[in-house]
Design a protein around this ligand. Structure first.
Ligand code: MG
Length: 256
């Protein structure tokens, strides 16, 4: 069942999203060569705690981290670890949600560490732009399939691979609500978009194959050929007018 948020709920939702965006910004400042993925997790935890919020992912289905921190070929669900050291040239994806006032926000970003090779940068730029191609379609009268079709077309035109096993979702009182928001599909299909819907759009894109592997830790998902992978996510609200990006940090996106 798709939950439509009333204006009061939407305000609270916006605040949870603001805190989520702040947590992602805290992660960003902690990412540098020599830091561990656990250091990134600590930065996120501190920010969320200061805001009086809770990390949405902590203990979610048993996940041991405040954020998912995934490096290079790791696409999603990387478990923060003091053994995992970030190096110059790495890409680091942080996915973080904050829960406050009864609502969740959810966002993700793939950051670069120093100088990153050109093809990896292209993957990041295409994935981030595909998110915006999807958001553009998140308008009243369109359907969920319009979002996925736009994302898929943009990624495939650029020669990369949409991961289909993992998808976006509605978000609100629950971290994962209806509807499912796939990063692929057919325009004109799926649930109709109406004002008051809040959804997380989150293209996950691999460099060389759509296939992924899950590591022995039971969580970390990697690109099957161990090439780079990227993930960008915003929580957005469907309105009568343009879609509103609720997780935009400080009114701007800090494109890398
Ligand atoms: Mg999400």
């Amino acid at each position: 069942m798709i939950v439509i948020k009333n204006p009061e709920e939407m305000k609270r939702m916006a605040y949870a999203c603001e805190v989520s965006a702040m947590a992602l910004q805290a992660a960003r400042t902690s990412i540098k060569a020599g830091a561990t993925t656990l250091d990134v997790d600590h930065a996120v935890a501190e920010c969320i705690k200061k805001a009086g919020a809770k990390a949405s992912f902590l203990n979610y289905n048993g996940f041991k981290g405040n954020a998912c921190v995934s490096v290079n070929d790791e696409l999603i669900h990387g478990i923060p670890s003091k053994k995992k050291v970030i190096r110059e040239g790495d890409i680091v994806t942080v996915d973080v949600g904050a829960y406050i006032g009864g609502f969740h926000g959810d966002n993700a970003y793939t950051f670069t560490v120093g100088e990153v090779d050109k093809e990896t940068l292209r993957l990041l730029n295409v994935t981030q732009q595909s998110l915006y191609e999807g958001i553009k379609k998140a308008v009243v009268g369109n359907r969920i399939g319009d979002i996925g079709a736009a994302i898929q077309a943009y990624v495939e035109q650029n020669g990369f691979f949409i991961v289909k096993e993992y998808i976006g979702h509605g978000v609100g009182r629950d971290l994962h609500e209806d509807p499912e928001v796939p990063n692929y599909g057919k325009a004109g299909r799926g649930a109709r978009l109406v004002p008051g819907m809040t959804i997380a759009i989150e293209p996950m894109v691999n460099y060389s194959t759509a296939e992924c592997l899950r590591m022995k830790d039971g969580w970390t998902v990697v690109e099957k050929n161990h090439k780079p992978s990227a993930h960008f996510e915003h929580t957005i609200a469907i309105t009568e007018g343009e879609p509103v990006i609720l997780t935009r940090f400080g009114g701007a996106d800090y494109a890398s």
